[in-house]
Design a protein around this ligand. Structure first.
Ligand code: IPD
Ligand code: CA
Length: 264
């Protein structure tokens, strides 16, 4: 696979930040047993990774704007382009020494997501896609799974937790989906959940209460892998609604029906 100049810029930035995250992940294990716990250390690791990404992307593409999980929105002089950056998706996993977290960077051009990269440092898995050029995992082309029966499907979801989300709605949705699905998983890193649907490890995924940096890159990767997505109520703009439902064409449609049932 030939990497475009844009994808080279994105990959270099992500790899640089991942070296810092990886080093810090090695420390987190030791901190589990300390009285203070690893909270402050992880939040510093998160900020460090974000600043590495920002510096690298700013240098390579001066003027582009930023939407960042840690530092918020930075308007650029080039109003057509914005990076959506999650320097550490799966923070709770990272904090608990669970090796399932990622860096996610999406590029928006004139209101449309056109490039995405998600890197899982613990497994050395790099998911990338650019509009019209296909989706890849470590240079190998990926596609969504072809399964069409809900009873064969493995479903990913996000779980609300203390202080976040509509717990009652989630429980109704989970009951509705679980009654038909072959199996359910909650991995704890939304960017990777989307990447996993894109490469057929998960058949469908839904979550509410997300931000643009969680899903911007995954949306491009999914679309380029032949996947379908909408917001969790079937609307066309997951970022505006902060919710997503996805899968192949058939299972995405089935998932929306089950989620709708749970709302009625
Ligand atoms: C979180 C993860 C998690 C999802 C949450 C996100 P963070 O992102 O993606 O899987 O359930 O909604 O906020 O905080 O680890 O970057
Ligand atoms: Ca996130």
């Amino acid at each position: 696979m030939i990497r475009s100049p844009l994808m080279t810029v994105m990959t270099d930035a992500v790899m640089k930040a991942s070296r810092s995250l990886k080093r810090d992940f090695g420390e987190v294990e030791n901190l589990q047993v300390s009285r203070k716990g690893p909270g402050d250390f992880v939040s510093a690791a998160d900020k460090k990774a974000e600043s590495i990404l920002r510096d690298a992307l700013e240098k390579a593409r001066p003027g582009y704007g930023f939407v960042m999980e840690e530092s918020g929105i930075v308007e650029g002089t080039d109003t057509s382009h914005r990076w959506h950056i999650d320097p550490l998706d799966g923070t709770t996993n990272f904090l608990h020494g669970l090796p399932h977290f990622a860096i996610s960077v999406g590029l928006e051009r004139d209101g449309q997501m056109v490039a995405g990269i998600i890197y899982d440092p613990a497994k050395d898995e790099l998911f990338i896609a650019e509009k019209g050029k296909g989706a890849f995992l470590n240079n190998r082309r990926i596609r969504v799974a072809a399964r069409s029966a809900m009873e064969d499907a493995v479903v990913g979801c996000g779980l609300p937790h203390i202080g976040k989300g509509d717990h009652a709605l989630f429980l109704r949705e989970a009951a509705s989906v679980m009654a038909h699905a072959g199996g359910s998983r909650r991995w704890g890193a939304a960017a990777l959940d989307l990447a996993y649907v894109a490469c057929g490890r998960l058949d469908i995924f839904w979550e509410r209460g997300l931000n643009s940096w969680d899903i911007a890159a995954g949306m491009v990767i999914l679309r380029e892998a032949g996947g379908f997505y909408s917001d969790a109520d079937g609307g066309s703009d997951p970022i505006a609604k902060g919710t997503i439902a996805c899968g192949n064409e058939t299972l995405h449609r089935e998932l929306l029906k089950l989620l709708k049932k749970a709302k009625a």
